[in-house]
Write a protein that binds this ligand. Sequence first.
Ligand SMILES: Nc1ncnc2c1ncn2[C@@H]1O[C@H](COP(=O)(O)OP(=O)(O)OP(=O)(O)O)[C@@H](O)[C@H]1O
Length: 233
Amino acid sequence: MLQLSNVSFQYKNKPILQDITFSFPIGQIIGLVGENGSGKSTLMKVLAGLLRPSAGEVTLNAEPVTRRSADRIAYLPDTDLFFEYFTGEQLFQHYASQFEDFSYDKACIVAEFLQVDKQAKLRQLSKGNRGRMKMAATLGREVPYYVMDEPFAGLDPIVREQLIKGLLQFTDIENQTILLSTHELYEVEPILDQIILLQAGSITAYEDVEILRDVTNKDAVEWMKGFYRPFNK
Ligand SMILES: Nc1ncnc2c1ncn2[C@@H]1O[C@H](COP(=O)(O)OP(=O)(O)OP(=O)(O)O)[C@@H](O)[C@H]1O
């Protein structure tokens, strides 16, 4: 299990994440939401071992998470500067050289499912196609945890829907966990098991999405809005 224990993080002296304790069980799709600048990307980098917490500990099966944990946590960055001079095929070859768990064949199958040409250079692809290629490369890996930073940001509804279908088709929901940050909560909610709200670097709420729907009769956006003060005109 991937676990945060009293994790704080600061850039220089600016506190970004504050005393977060949380466990991410296997077999869940978890949505991380929160307003711009609340710390979602930072939290995901800390979880993937790319940033070291300033205090507290991140562990995977009780062992500290470091950069070397990349063999069990697949991280999809939000940046668009993603090996831009590579073709998709070269990107997959690069992943194959970096990650033992990477399946070149699976990445090609995902790329075909997402209808993106693996012969094209990434920088020549549209934003939507780069998003598809990033997803194919990430899902080419077989790991217990996928940590995806805004995989749907800036993409049109058709691409978003396709990526969501790809996620469901090419992961094993019983044995893997996907943590994804998103601002596209309406579209993503149907596939989520759990939702976590980050506010000013703290997890201020989390909820089982089925309970939200069946017990409180709310959708995730309504739930989230309940934690913010109404906007006064
Ligand atoms: N490299 C950095 N150096 C200094 N401050 C940073 C750096 N990266 C991010 N920050 C600051 O950390 C805070 C949290 O940023 P972060 O990108 O984690 O938020 P976010 O919730 O992912 O935002 P968004 O939804 O806009 O992507 C912001 O105040 C941001 O300015």
